[in-house]
Design a protein around this ligand. Structure first.
Ligand code: XLS
Ligand code: CA
Ligand code: CA
Length: 449
């Protein structure tokens, strides 16, 4: 990867490539824990973590919220001659940022990269112009595309949904975008293509044919899968679960729901999960619950790394900072075999009042350091062996004798009941789960770095 890139104009002047300076550093523009080439458990940190930058939050979202306008002054918007000129400047700024922060991957929506034109054909032409530029910048810098996606939720035409819209015409317009975004992803060598069902849900069942909408969603995903495969896409399709917001109920509610849907419609071979920490919380789950649920069913794919705020019930998309959470997440990810096509995509935004250009760097440094710490704690959990050993012992009764027969499906209910009858009640089942002990062991690792 290039040391760092700047286009004709440097958009983050005064900020050099961010370096690892160690835990004692007081420099806010340095990593204290993320040391890209340091080997942990036989693999470099950067290959475990596969950090990606989200184009939309970092270079598009200007801090606007329902109560006020944007506060972030993007230098590529200043003096821009046209929307395409803005988009080109934004892209150069993005690649400058990717290389200065040292992230090898990025993720984007079609409309983050290129402005919508006056017709679907013009929109596609705009996108492909920017894709050509992105491809060149990727080659120059060594930065790669983690995944692409289409924004089929922001434009008012999608206010009633995209693939689940009650009007066929809207579904066809969504197809123009998804087809072009798949082409763009293939052209850029993207390792994945993501579907986040932004408005694929309902606000009221009084006006909704739920069965039809879910069938249409399945049909649309099948068509997209078939098109991408026909065009030679070898990557992974991701569904990103989210229970609500902007709709009252989204069909991709959580991992378990999505897995059922994918299996029902025969999409389970091509699709995996892109799990976002904040969405897990909105669904009433822990981030790690979603990771373990996906991994247990063979659907672990990629991660949108962020966090919510425990006192807010919405998608605050804050940068991850909790070592406790990153440690448990990395433990689950390593147990799942680590990332292959996926990575840790910072789907996170700086706060509306974080208006200094350096704030974007500081935020990502915090997130990258938090995952670097989490990775090291996870490796300590594995190396020390107390927690995995405890879990293994807890299920030891399935390893031999009748327990092993049960696991292999060799017992009928009558045979199983006879084993219970012969054994009698005794003290069976009265074994401590030792949760508090394990929590203390974990806290020891957190402090031990
Ligand atoms: C919004 C989602 C979105 C997806 C990509 O809540 O997180 O940003 O990640 O469309
Ligand atoms: Ca996301
Ligand atoms: Ca989110």
């Amino acid at each position: 990867m290039a040391d760092y890139f700047t286009g004709a104009k440097e958009y983050f002047p005064g900020i050099q490539k961010i370096k690892y300076e160690g835990a004692k550093s007081k420099n806010p523009l340095a990593f204290r824990y993320y040391d890209a080439d340091k080997v942990i458990g036989g693999k470099k940190m950067k290959d475990h973590l596969r950090f990606a930058i989200a184009y939309w939050h970092s270079f598009c979202a200007d801090g606007a919220d329902p109560f006020g306008p944007g506060t972030h002054i993007f230098p590529w918007n200043v003096d821009a001659k046209s929307p395409m000129h803005t988009a080109e400047g934004k892209m150069e700024a993005a690649f400058e940022f990717f290389t200065k922060i040292g992230a090898e991957y990025y993720a984007f929506h079609d409309r983050d990269m290129a402005p919508e034109g006056g017709s679907p054909a013009e929109s596609e032409k705009n996108l492909m112009t920017l894709v050509t530029k992105a491809k060149k910048l990727q080659e120059e810098t060594g930065v790669k595309l983690l995944w692409g996606t289409a924004n089929v939720f922001s434009n008012p035409r999608f206010m009633n949904g995209a693939a689940t819209n009650p009007e066929f015409g809207v579904i066809a317009l969504a197809a123009t975008q998804v087809k072009a975004a798949i082409d763009a992803t293939i052209e850029l060598g993207g390792q994945g293509y993501t579907f986040w069902g932004g408005r694929e849900g309902y606000m009221s069942l009084l006006n909704t044919d739920l069965k039809k909408e879910k069938e249409n969603l399945a049909r649309f995903l099948t068509m997209a899968r078939d098109y991408a495969r026909k065009q030679g896409f070898k990557g992974v399709f991701y569904i990103e679960p989210k229970p609500m917001e902007p709709t009252k109920h989204q069909y991709d509610f959580d991992t378990e729901t999505v897995i059922g849907f994918l299996r029902q419609w025969g999409l389970d071979k091509d699709f995996r999960m892109n799990i976002e920490a904040n969405h897990a919380e909105l669904a009433g789950h822990d981030f790690v619950h979603e990771l373990e649920t996906a991994a247990a069913a063979g659907f672990f794919g990629s991660v949108d790394a962020n966090r919510g705020d425990w006192v807010n019930g919405w998608d605050t998309d804050q940068f991850p900072i909790s070592y406790y959470e990153t440690a448990l997440a990395m433990y689950a990810i390593i147990k799942a075999g680590g990332f292959t096509t996926g990575g840790l995509n910072f789907d996170a935004k700086i706060r509306r009042n974080s208006v200094d250009p350096s704030d974007l760097f500081v935020a990502h440094i915090g997130g990258m350091d938090a995952f670097a710490v989490g990775l090291q704690i996870a490796q300590r959990i594995i190396d020390d062996g107390v927690i995995p050993g405890f879990v293994k012992d807890r299920y030891a009764s399935f390893g031999s004798g009748d327990g092993a027969k049960f696991s292999k499906g060799e017992l009928s209910l009558e045979q199983l009941a006879k084993i219970g009858t012969d054994a009698g009640y005794g003290k069976t089942g009265l074994t401590s789960g030792k949760q508090e002990y394990l929590e203390n062991v974990l806290n020891g690792y957190l402090l031990g770095l």
